[in-house]
Design a protein around this ligand. Structure first.
Ligand SMILES: [Zn+2]
Ligand SMILES: [Zn+2]
Length: 173
């Protein structure tokens, strides 16, 4: 195999300049920590497609995979599934001193595809994962999910914090 422990030995593909090779790899994906909560990728990882193209002085790389991460919605704390599609590219041209042309995931012809995959996942993950677009969140007075009840009908005219009632009134206008 060309991949072991999440590392792909690019030299072993023995590509000459202009040649390309597509590899289907299994990558392990780590849960993403956000605000003290964990968002876990389905199955702890899965298959990824790696395209390796040999250029005259190095490699052009493309990594594609999809997964769904599950963790609490930041507004209502219900389980939220966030689907992520990754399509990431890297180039590595070792003779170049230009940082843009060196990949942080390639060293001595070895591509750390697992680290790349996990970094790409973190970059693509939303800062505020939601259970649904525009989740209405929890009522600030009673803590009930406002997704289950009409926020306009959900009021606390008797009891509750009158300042909150006033705020709700403002929002509804
Ligand atoms: Zn929610
Ligand atoms: Zn309420």
């Amino acid at each position: 195999m060309y991949a072991e422990g999440g590392i792909v030995d690019l030299e072993r593909l023995a590509l000459s300049s202009g040649q390309a090779r597509a590899l289907d790899l299994d990558v392990r994906l780590e849960p993403i920590e956000l605000g003290g909560q964990a968002y876990s990728p389905a199955g702890g990882g899965g298959e990824a497609r790696l395209d390796v193209s040999r250029t005259s002085t190095g490699y052009a790389l493309r990594l594609r995979f999809g997964t769904e991460l599950t963790g609490p919605c930041v507004r209502c704390l219900e389980p939220a599934g966030t689907e992520i599609e990754i399509d990431a590219r890297e180039v590595d041209q070792p003779p170049s001193r230009d940082e843009e042309l060196r990949s942080p995931y390639v060293s001595d012809g070895n591509l750390d595809v697992e680290r790349w995959a996990n970094d790409a996942l973190v970059l693509a993950f939303p800062a505020q994962p939601l259970c649904r677009p525009g989740c209405a969140g929890l009522c600030a007075v009673c803590g009930e999910s406002l997704n289950d009840s009409d926020p306009e009908a959900h009021r606390h005219d008797q009891g509750g914090d009158p300042r909150m009632a006033k705020l709700r009134g403002l929002k509804l206008e």
